[in-house]
Ligand binder design. Structure first.
Ligand SMILES: *Cc1c(COP(=O)(O)O)cnc(C)c1O
Length: 405
């Protein structure tokens, strides 16, 4: 395959034959000459050609690499996509998607986005004259006033958002967008749910992307981004940008991601059941908890309709910044860390850490509580997680007496 090719070496994508947890551990590798049980790492920049005119499936790893192709075929299968691409990080995935938009075009996006996403959108506004309208996507109609059949090229959604856990109705928004702006693409960052819990392409998205660094990898040992679509035409445009800019995932990280993703279902099942118990405890303590699996969540029914589970990221408010700081600092098993999706449990204060890059006045406008604590629940024994939370809350002075046994 020549480096100037417009499509990737991705071969035929297998349709799902089994349930998710089975498909995710079943990696087809039919072309391996030695029948290797694990896809090998093709740690090679170049591939020898059969003749002066080329002729091999691969020629240069920026354009295509067999380890990456196997990973991409596997990801396409589990995302219910026609084609998927693996790139160097989640931000790199959004960078690739954003290159489908030109100067003077417009983007509509949520108002509670991942911090890095905000940073890239501000950069596009400043340097490329690409304006983003931020709207409250919890109300599908809020996109309507900004939909312009000429200018709108991208509608960028996250659901649930992180860390405020707001939910948007992907199907309803996609319907509005596709009716009014046939050329605009609905793009969903599905990192918080993973392909196991939510298939946004089934719900009407044109492109779904992930930070593969989170649940897909699952062990905080690599950075990756994943982009999936059902449209061959969109896939060709995405592949063109990846090859042109050179952000395809390297062979070793492709191998690590393919290895990590096999346990996605079993990790997520455990993380989610731990999270449900943690939420139950925090609600008993009287804290205001944000979690899509909590019946008190205003969009509980909507999330339930779109997904097969609430996931393992939650946040809660203590009512006092100092108290939140003391709880976070007293936790021992929960490590203070940004990110989520790892097998280990993490605790953080988004305003001080992952979301500190959003200016304080913007956080205030978006009703982003400064005392918010985010928990990303791992696969540890839930009794240990609860014990550690209890001692942290007790030592911070916030344990209700009736629970303090
Ligand atoms: C982490 C994250 C990203 C960015 O991904 P990186 O792999 O860190 O570049 C994008 N969106 C969401 C929702 C994330 O959590």
């Amino acid at each position: 395959m020549a480096s100037s090719a417009v499509s990737s070496p991705t071969s035929s994508i297998k349709q799902r034959r089994y349930r998710f947890a089975t498909e995710v551990v079943t990696v087809d590798n039919p072309d391996d000459p030695h029948n290797a049980a694990s896809v090998p790492i093709y740690q090679s920049a170049t591939f020898k050609q059969v003749g002066a005119g080329g002729g091999g499936d691969y020629d240069y790893s920026r354009s295509g690499n067999p380890t990456r192709t196997q990973l991409e075929n596997h990801l396409a299968k589990i995302m219910n996509a026609k084609r998927a691409y693996a790139v160097s990080s989640g931000m790199s995935a959004l960078d690739v998607i954003s290159r489908l938009v030109q100067s003077g075009d417009e983007i509509i996006a949520g108002d509670d986005l991942y911090g890095g996403t905000n940073r890239l959108l501000s950069y596009l506004a400043k340097t490329q004259n690409i304006k983003t309208h931020h709207v409250d996507t919890t109300k599908a109609e809020s996109v309507l006033p900004y939909l312009d059949p000429v200018k709108t090229k991208l509608v960028l959604l996250e659901t649930p958002t992180n860390p405020l856990i707001k939910i948007c109705d992907i199907s309803a928004i996609a319907k509005h967008v596709h009716e009014k702006c046939p050329e605009a693409l609905v793009v969903v960052d599905n990192t918080m749910m993973s392909p196991y819990l939510q298939c946004t392409l089934d719900l009407g998205a044109d492109i779904e992307y992930h930070s593969g660094t989170k649940y897909l990898a699952g062990h905080h040992d690599l950075m990756a981004g994943v982009i999936g679509t059902r449209s061959e035409a969109i896939a060709d445009r995405i592949y063109y940008v990846i090859n042109a800019t050179g952000c395809g995932l390297g062979p070793f990280d492709s191998w690590l991601l393919l290895r990590g993703v096999k346990t996605l279902a079993v990790r997520m099942d455990r993380q989610q059941s731990n999270a449900i118990q943690v939420v139950d405890f925090l609600e008993q303590c009287g804290f205001k908890v944000n979690y899509p699996g909590s019946r008190k969540h205003p969009q509980y029914e909507l999330h339930k309709r779109m997904s097969s589970g609430p996931g393992a990221v939650l946040s809660f408010e203590t009512g006092d910044i100092g108290l939140s700081e003391r709880i976070v600092e007293a936790a021992k098993l929960w490590s203070i860390s940004v990110s989520f999706g790892c097998v280990n449990s993490l605790i953080s204060m988004p305003c001080r850490m992952s979301h500190a890059s959003i200016p304080a006045h913007v956080r205030a406008e978006r009703a982003f509580p400064e005392d918010l604590i985010r928990l990303c629940v791992g696969i540890e024994d839930v009794e240990d997680l609860l014990d550690d939370l209890k001692q942290a809350i007790r030592s911070a002075g916030a344990m209700p007496e009736h629970l303090d046994v």
